[in-house]
Design a binder for this molecule. Structure first.
Ligand code: GLU
Length: 443
């Protein structure tokens, strides 16, 4: 049997974490079984559906690397639905119902499903057997007119026509399933798809995650500088986990190990702090080239991702950030790496080590450090060679006494990385220039 899953969003808002996790599970299950993954835009609600939201869904899935094999849009398929509405009316499963309009000029006719009022039982792969008495649902509406079918009908017709074998969706759809099963039976489906209703995502206070509460559009996570692979990994673990306590798992490993039976029933908390932790791990594991490519859109305009200076910054940036948008703050004025762009204006007193605030001592150490640094060849100039060159002198004279003024001379900042790293980032020439400037300040 070819496994076919689908992600069937309604384009009525920006694409959020909850929808994304549903898409991801449907995608993983299809890939695990060498099956087919379909994206189906459910835009029958014409008032609430917007093209920009459809575009946001498509763009987000592409960014996150979830490739679909087929694409459908329900508004392109109205003729098909009309055929089914007519068929259901013809077979007596549905009827045109006269209505008293709710408001002046409102509809006086809709199409209702003739509910057989019976017990419906289905097996949910996550939640087990679910039984429901459909009597209380009455004769529900399946179309507002022959050409305006509503959600329950189109959802079932499409799942049937597209040969969906596994309906994987949020648990908020459990209560829709009995109605939908009645429609399946009425259109003559001989078998139902498997259903897997996955648990809701919760905000950190365990209330439902929603647009108004805790959930950002996925494109905002891109803007904040999350790495798609980190998001995919984190989101796959919301409601599912492997049989051990591994957390960092690339998608192909998840695809091998995933099972719907191991999806939990209780809600899963979406925690941005934890997501940041995942992102940090992915950033630290990336190759330098991959990091440079990901970081490029986040760099200030004076720093090019292909420059030697950026290359020298890569290790410290990777160590300091959890998300790429922090790069801007670090390198901006007042940031810990603000000294990289240019030496900030600073007072000579900042050069004095607090445990021995003597101008003379600072002047002497800097005057000694200048020729020492200058003796390191340009090609070898890096944090280790600079450290090796300075170390004996610093040990002898006192580390704070020697290294504090050097660090301030290089960065002009009270807080910054150590002087060896600062020297490496600045390079030999700029480091020597800044040391000379500091000596002058103290003279
Ligand atoms: N269009 C529905 C929604 O956005 C999806 C229904 C389903 O997956 O069956 O919630």
């Amino acid at each position: 049997m070819n496994i076919v899953t689908r992600f069937a969003p309604s384009p009525t808002g920006l694409f959020h974490a909850g929808s994304y996790r549903t898409a991801l599970f449907a995608y993983i299950y299809a890939r695990q079984n060498d099956g087919t993954f379909i994206l189906r835009i459910e835009d029958t609600d014409r008032e609430r559906s917007k093209k920009e939201y459809e575009e946001n869904i498509v763009e987000s899935l592409a960014w996150l690397g979830l490739k679909y094999d087929q694409f459908f849009r329900q508004s392109d398929r109205t003729a098909l639905y009309q055929k089914y509405v007519q068929k259901l009316i013809g077979s007596g499963h549905a009827y045109v119902s006269k209505e008293t309009p709710k408001e002046p000029g409102g509809r006086n006719e809709v199409i209702r499903f003739k509910n057989p009022r019976k017990k419906v039982t289905f097996h949910d792969l996550v939640r087990g057997t679910i039984e429901f008495d459909t009597s209380e649902l009455g004769d529900f509406v399946i179309a507002k007119s022959l050409t305006e079918p509503v959600f329950h009908l189109v959802n079932v017709v499409d799942d049937f026509e597209m040969g969906i074998t596994h309906v994987i969706r949020g648990e908020d759809h459990i209560s829709n399933t009995p109605r939908q099963i009645l429609i399946y039976e009425a259109i003559g489906a001989t078998r139902l798809p498997e259903f897997a209703h996955i648990p809701l995502l919760l905000a950190s206070d365990r209330s439902k995650l929603s647009k108004r509460h805790g959930a950002l559009p996925m494109t905002d996570y891109r803007a904040r500088g999350y790495i798609p692979d980190a998001l995919v990994n984190y989101m796959a673990l919301l409601g599912w986990h492997p049989s051990d306590d591994r957390e960092i798992m690339p998608l192909d490993t998840i695809i091998k190990e995933f099972s719907l039976e191991r999806v939990q029933k209780s809600g899963a908390v979406f925690d941005e702090e934890k997501l940041r932790w995942f992102n940090r791990q992915y950033i630290s594991e990336m190759s330098n080239a991959a990091f440079a490519a990901s970081a490029a859109p986040f760099l200030p305009e004076w720093l090019s991702a292909s420059s030697p200076r950026f290359n020298r910054l890569i290790p410290i940036l990777r160590e300091k950030i959890a998300i790429l948008s922090q790069i801007g703050d670090l390198l901006g004025t007042g940031g810990e790496l603000g000294f990289v762009r240019e030496l900030p204006a600073y007072q000579p007193e900042l050069l004095l080590w607090k445990k021995n605030p003597s101008r003379q001592a600072a002047h002497a150490h800097l005057s000694k450090a200048l020729p020492i640094l200058s003796s390191v060849a340009d090609a070898d100039f890096g944090k280790n060679t600079v450290k090796d060159a300075l170390w004996d002198y610093a040990e002898r004279e006192g580390r704070g006494d020697v290294l504090w003024p050097i660090r301030v001379a290089l960065t002009g900042q009270a807080q910054s990385p150590d002087p060896f790293i600062a020297a490496e980032i600045l390079g030999r020439q700029e480091s020597l220039t800044r040391l000379a400037a500091a000596i002058k300040k103290l003279s």
